[in-house]
Design a binder for this molecule. Sequence first.
Ligand code: NIG
Ligand code: FE
Length: 395
Amino acid sequence: MAILITGISELITCDHTLDGADQNDGLGIVRDAAVVVGSTHEDAPTSVLWIGAASDAPEADWSFDLGGQAVLPGFVDSHSHLVYAGDRSAEFAARMMGQRYDGGGILTTVEATGFATDGELRALLTARIDEMHSQGTTTVEIKSGYGLDLEEEVRHLRLAREVTEETTFLGAHVVPPDYRDDRAGYVDLVAGPMMDAAAPYARWVDVFCEPHSPHAFDGEEARLILTAGADAGLGLRVHGNQLGPGPGVQLAVELGAASVDHCTFLSDTDIDALAGSPTVATLLPGVEFSTRSPYPDARRLIDAGVSVAIATDCNPGTCNSSSMPLMIALAVREMGMTPAEAVRAATVVAARSLQRTDIGVVQVGARADLAVVSAPSYLHIPYRVGVPIVKTLQV
Ligand code: NIG
Ligand code: FE
């Protein structure tokens, strides 16, 4: 069955190769456009079958008219921590009054999550995914990391797997209290038995590599865990350079990680390393907002030739926002990105950070994961900050 969507004032394809499109910094815009979506066979996901000018649109089984709204690829939120229970709003309030973030609050969430049943966690997770969908997000990566023991980490990944293919094992989020005097013992546990048990439920492995936090992992500890993850067949991601300069970026590039996330404190050497590599720098401006930290300099990264994605990092500690439109607005207002760069960072570049080409673009053969803006132009996303004008297009 084929569905024709008309009344698209501008179709943001994020396809920089599209003939005849207004490229506008790689957005690949088709104006007065139409799209046909459908499944080529029964079990196939709904995909894009045709795109072009509305005046050339083919016949279809069904059609509907958007009445002059902009359409873009559904957002790819490539960094989140959604499997958790509990509330840390008081920690947020204290930070707004000047308290520093050092990762210590993670243990509060670990405790609360450990008390939650599967049913309770599933309900919380589903509500968070629904909240994301309602704001235009169609793919979400979800990390574990609020378990910190083998059974809990596997339980959280199993629940995350119910809602996304993009699951990440983050047993190396912080060192749990029982191992405070035996860090090496915890690293061995994560790199050994936990990795083996988690790998069937995960596509990626991640480490909070942060020498500025007493709770997180240094470069050598991170290297051991990431190498074990690669040996177990997992792709690599790194939390790096969030709280200060550190080895995370260099390690991510050296080990061929798909993404290094945060990148708040970067040296020229870090930027050169990223620019010469396929590793994506994923910036998380909601974290700087919610921790009162300086924003990363996206302009400097992009001008150096680094691939920059943006994501929410939605989590109970450093950024409890699920809103990709807000991240786009912050990227434009605070990180020196153009609206076009921010939209690409939230879609096609974020997809690249997950090594996916079937999402983050509107292209024949790609998934029909679309978002609609109740405005004639994508520029309204940062322009109308805080107003819920983007939603997932249900087809
Ligand atoms: O991405 N940096 C480490 N992990 C999360 C924070 C998690 C928390 O504070 O609960 C982050 O910022
Ligand atoms: Fe994170």
